[in-house]
Design a protein around this ligand. Structure first.
Ligand SMILES: [Zn+2]
Length: 285
């Protein structure tokens, strides 16, 4: 499902020679779409097209406060316009359809969100930086600033590109709604479970101040039991997002020294210790 969205977004980035920050209004215009802002109590964004999509208009709710969210909504509607099998006359998208990676979303909404993330933070422009550096909210905030995207969209893209063992988790009203892990993460977060007491995310929901960096917590507070056994600890950094009543959490698993493979000393000096792992499928370039 997601590969078509990724391919179409990458093709568009390449064909239009887009550079950071990507302007989705300009992309829409180049595709022959107008963008209009209007009052709406129901939809976040909508696409209205003539039959067979010869001409069209993207409607965006004018009360969206965050620029990153507005830009993501436009990119989401572009997805419905360019992706095959997304209808011939348009779409109407609810707030919960946009910039959300909950697996219970209809396939076309998930696909539009994957496309929007790829279009706004193109792999070709960020892969080198993201895959090489340890994922932190510092790195993710840099991406948000460079690409003018929300923290959540930037964090989601980071997990798709990093070569480290990391995941982000979205919780609302004390319940885990979705998570996105890197290929190397190798563990599962129990979606639909309540956020465990003892985590910093739990403290956020209690209205408590939490540290603005990674801190060590017991891994069984976050990870579903595994036959292989869990690492004892992982690193957590949770951020309270008041406009959404939600918490965005970054989880990071430090890789142990026994995962080091034999290398000559010169090669070891050139690379960071965490660059070595028997689990890694993608290697920093
Ligand atoms: Zn949609």
């Amino acid at each position: 499902m997601s590969s078509a969205a990724t391919t179409f977004a990458n093709e568009l980035v390449s064909a239009l020679r887009l550079t950071a920050p990507i302007d989705p209004v300009d992309v829409a215009r180049q595709l022959g779409l107008e963008v209009e802002y209007c009052q709406s109590s129901g939809f976040e964004g909508a696409l209205v097209c003539s039959k067979e999509k010869r001409v069209g208009t993207i409607l965006v709710k004018n009360s969206i406060r965050e620029d990153g969210r507005r830009r993501f909504t436009i990119a989401h509607e572009i997805a419905h316009y360019v992706l095959p099998h997304h209808g011939t006359t348009g779409s109407i998208c609810r707030p919960k359809d946009v910039e959300n990676w909950d697996r219970s979303l209809p396939d076309q909404e998930s696909e539009a969100n994957i496309f929007a993330g790829e279009l706004l933070i193109p792999c070709v422009l960020v892969e080198a930086v993201v895959s090489r550096n340890r994922p932190t909210f510092h790195l993710i905030r840099d991406l948000s600033n460079t690409f003018d995207t929300s923290l959540t969209a930037s964090a989601y893209r980071t997990m798709g590109l990093t070569s480290f063992r990391a995941a982000i988790v979205w919780s609302t009203a004390g319940v885990i709604r979705w998570f996105k892990a890197s290929e190397e993460f190798g563990e599962f977060v129990a979606v639909k479970d309540s956020v465990s007491e003892g985590t910093y995310a739990y403290d956020c929901f209690q209205g408590l101040a939490v540290p603005d960096d990674l801190r060590t917590v017991k891994s069984n507070l976050w990870l579903a039991a595994s036959r292989r056994g869990l690492p004892d600890f992982l690193q957590e950094h949770s951020i309270w997002l008041p406009s959404y009543g939600s918490v965005l959490t970054l989880l990071y698993i430090e890789e142990s020294a026994h995962a080091l493979v034999d290398q000559d000393e010169e090669a070891l000096e050139e690379l960071q210790p965490e660059d070595f792992t028997i689990n890694r499928r993608k290697w920093p370039r």
